[in-house]
Design a protein around this ligand. Structure first.
Ligand SMILES: N[C@H](CCC[C@H](N)C(=O)O)C(=O)O
Length: 281
């Protein structure tokens, strides 16, 4: 079988095409158009994010993870994919831990009970400049309203998030509101948009419109942002279960502002990318 091997994986239905650039240099430095063609669910393999495992730059890391959204654009963080890459690396290394390097730093991953994986998603950043926002506002109460949504909480998980609390997250038309908010002038680098409601003690139901993708069944960095936002607002404690369309993630916001995210990893299939999809690359 010719073509470049990949593995199709997902975290709670947030799905990825994962290439190994350490073995196949043809997938290193893909351009945005090529990445979008591969990620396209009609013309390509189809995925929310396209992931390339690359040789680590930092001696402390086991590998570097490059993340591209469905629209081909490179982004800083992807929690669900980080668990998937950690699972691959731990399998290769025969270890129950791995360090994944990203453009925003090193992430520590560990195998947890029941086949789950825990990732330290790093230190959350809460200043308006770090979200980033286009003006100096209290990020615990961003003055932004659209329809039934208002009064967002901004959190940077390596990537930008805006969290809205509502009575019933499932009643919100996120397909309509998400893209308008993603591209709002308040967010100079756009934003991932989460709509959530408290459904029990330390239990939060969340839906997400992802920057550069659209509605996904789960978003790990989004769950981190929601867990932090709820605790900032005093709606929950610092350890919460986040119920997404695709299932549950457990989030813990530590006193040092790091966030631990625990959840499952799944492999769908192995495949080979026809070289025509790499285009002129
Ligand atoms: N699904 C990913 C989020 C990707 C974030 C991406 N949509 C962005 O533009 O930041 C996750 O599990 O964290």
């Amino acid at each position: 079988m010719n073509g470049i091997p990949f593995v199709k994986m997902h975290g709670l239905g947030n799905d990825f095409v994962v290439f190994d650039g350490r073995r196949d240099p043809a997938v290193l430095d893909l351009d945005n158009a090529t990445a979008a063609r591969i990620a396209d669910r009609k013309t390509g393999v189809g995925c929310d994010q396209l992931i390339v495992i690359e040789p680590a730059r930092d001696d402390l890391a086991d590998a570097f993870m490059r993340i591209r959204n469905n629209d081909g654009g490179e982004v800083e963080a992807c929690g669900n994919a980080t668990r998937c890459v950690a699972s691959i690396l731990m399998g290769e290394l025969g270890r129950n831990d791995a360090i994944i390097e990203t453009v925003v730093g090193l992430l520590d991953a560990n195998g947890a009970s029941d086949g789950l994986v825990t990732v330290d998603m790093g230190q959350m950043r809460l200043d308006w400049r770090d979200i980033p926002l286009s003006e100096a506002v209290d990020t615990n109460h961003i003055p932004l309203s659209l329809g039934p949504l208002s009064d967002a909480v901004g959190v940077n998980v390596g990537n930008p998030h805006a969290v809205f609390f509502v009575d019933d997250a499932e009643a919100i038309d996120i397909e309509k509101l998400g893209p308008v908010l993603e591209h709002h002038e308040m967010f100079p680098e756009r934003a991932n948009i989460e709509v959530c409601s408290i459904i029990g003690e330390d239990q939060i139901r969340m839906r997400v419109w992802e920057r550069g993708v659209g509605v996904t069944r789960a978003c790990g960095t989004g769950a981190c942002a929601v867990g932090v936002a709820a605790a900032r607002r005093g709606l929950t404690g610092r350890k919460t279960d986040i119920i997404l369309d695709g299932g549950k993630l457990t989030i813990e916001w530590l006193p040092d502002d790091h966030v631990l995210m625990t959840g499952p990893v799944a492999t769908s299939f192995q495949g080979f990318l026809h070289s025509s999809l790499l285009g002129g690359h």
